[in-house]
Design a protein around this ligand. Structure first.
Ligand SMILES: [Zn+2]
Ligand SMILES: [Zn+2]
Length: 142
């Protein structure tokens, strides 16, 4: 496990007034160890190797806590199933409609996206664009 993650985690927890517990550290590392957009089940499988007694519900609850604290991001909350995203930089997603894979693309791949105006009373915190299509792996199979 790269050392920066441990340092980041302590700092992030301090900045977001979250207790940096052992359990949370392991869950956070499972999400951030390699880039991706993981489901709670995938993270649970990783975390269980280190904390065999942990439950999926506990992993899920902690992921929600991280998201609420702003330490992790949720990919497209309206899609129904939770996928967490450790990439907090502004970016967008390529979503394959066949295998459901999600790939980050930086803002430079899109024309500048700007929110011109939000309806009165709506407070914008972040936005991202989902580009739906078929990934290269799936395209080769069809
Ligand atoms: Zn695909
Ligand atoms: Zn992402």
């Amino acid at each position: 496990m790269p050392k920066e993650h441990a340092l980041d985690f302590e700092r992030l927890c301090r900045e977001h007034s979250l207790a940096a517990t052992h359990q949370r550290r392991i869950i956070f590392h499972a999400v951030t160890a390699s880039p991706g957009h993981y489901s709670p089940e995938q993270i649970y499988a990783t975390v269980r190797a280190q904390i065999p007694s942990i439950s999926l519900a506990t992993v899920y609850k902690n992921l929600k806590t991280f998201i609420e604290a702003g330490i992790l991001r949720e990919v497209s909350p309206h899609h129904g199933t939770l996928r967490v995203d450790p990439n907090l930089e502004p970016h967008h997603h390529l979503v394959c409609r066949i295998c459901k894979s999600i790939t980050d693309i930086g803002a430079k791949f899109l024309d500048p996206v700007r929110v011109r105006r939000a309806p009165p009373g709506f407070n914008i915190e972040q936005f991202s664009v989902d580009i739906l299509g078929v990934c290269s792996k799936c395209a080769r199979k069809h």
